[in-house]
Design a binder for this molecule. Structure first.
Ligand SMILES: [Zn+2]
Length: 252
C-alpha cells in the first residue's frame, strides 16, 4: 500500500505557533499518537468541540485523520517524525554552499564515517534485538505482572487490565490495543499471552514476534557496505559505456 506520512513533530510545532494553546497541543498529541481509531475519535471529537476553528486546518491542511497513527495505512513502526531528514539537513547546512563536487565529496566522507561508527556499534551487540528495542521489551516485561491472562482458543488470549481488555492473537501477531500491529513489537498484552502460551520458552516466543527490522543482525546488515571515496578521474578505469556516453552540460 502506498502511504504518505507527515512529521508528527512539525505539525505539532505549527499548531503551537498558529493557535497558541498548550491545551490544544496536548489534545493534538493524544489524538496523533493514539493506536486505536476509537481512541483517536475520542480526542479528535474533543478538539472539534472545544476548538472548532482548528478543525479545518487539521482536516484540510494536514489531513490529520489520515496521518494519525491510528489511521495511517502503511508500516509506521514507532517512527512518527522526520528526524532522520532533519539530521541530514543539519549536516548540509554549511556544505550546501560548496561547489557541487566538494559537496558530494563531503557527503561521501561523512556518510562513510557514519557507516563505520554504526557498523562497529552493531558488530558488538550480542542480543537478538538492537539495544534500544531490548530495553523497550524489558520495560514492557516489567508491566506484565499485574495482568490477568485467559486462553480463549489455540491462538487467542484475553488479557485483562484495569483500563483495557485486550484480545491477543499470537498467530497473526495482533492485539486489539493495536500497539502490536502498528509497532511490530509485542505489546504488554502479547507478552502476557506469550508467557501463558509457553511458560518454559517465553523469551524465544517473544523474540519470534518482533519484526526482523528490530533485529541486531539487520542493524549490522544496514551498515555492511563500505562507502569509498571517488578517486581523481586519472585513476578511473572500466567506466561503463553508457556512463561515458553521457554528456554533462555545465553552466558557467
Ligand atoms: Zn496489546
Amino acid at each position: 500500500m502506498d502511504s504518505h506520512g507527515e512529521c508528527y513533530w512539525h505539525v505539532k510545532q505549527n499548531i503551537k505557533h498558529r493557535f497558541k494553546s498548550a491545551a490544544l497541543t496536548k489534545l493534538y498529541k493524544k489524538a496523533a499518537i493514539a493506536y486505536r481509531i476509537e481512541e483517536f475519535n475520542k480526542h479528535f471529537d474533543h478538539i472539534c468541540k472545544i476548538y472548532p476553528r482548528v478543525v479545518k486546518y487539521l482536516e484540510n491542511d494536514v489531513k490529520f485523520k489520515k496521518l494519525s497513527r491510528a489511521h495511517f495505512g502503511g508500516n509506521w513502526f514507532e517512527v512518527m517524525t522526520s528526524n532522520i531528514v532533519e539530521t541530514v539537513n543539519n549536516l548540509m547546512r554549511k556544505a550546501r554552499e560548496y561547489p557541487i563536487i566538494a559537496m558530494i565529496d563531503f557527503i561521501i566522507s561523512t556518510m562513510g564515517q557514519w557507516f563505520l561508527t554504526r557498523r562497529r556499534e552493531a558488530y558488538d551487540v550480542t542480543t537478538p534485538l538492537t539495544p534500544k528495542r531490548e530495553e523497550t521489551l524489558r520495560k514492557i516485561w516489567d508491566e506484565v505482572g499485574s495482568l490477568i491472562t485467559l486462553q480463549l482458543n489455540e491462538n487467542e488470549y484475553n488479557v485483562m487490565c484495569r483500563e483495557f481488555d485486550a484480545i491477543v492473537n499470537l498467530r497473526s501477531k495482533s492485539c486489539t490495543c493495536k500497539n502490536f500491529d502498528i509497532e511490530k513489537l509485542p505489546c504488554v498484552h502479547a507478552i502476557a499471552a506469550a508467557g501463558k502460551s509457553q511458560p518454559q520458552n517465553t523469551g524465544e516466543l517473544i523474540y519470534s514476534m518482533c519484526s526482523k527490522f528490530y533485529a541486531s543482525e539487520y542493524w549490522l546488515l544496514a551498515y555492511a557496505e563500505t562507502i569509498y571515496h571517488v578517486p581523481p578521474n586519472s585513476q578511473w578505469t572500466n567506466i561503463p559505456e553508457d556512463v561515458t556516453a553521457i554528456q554533462v552540460i555545465g553552466t558557467t
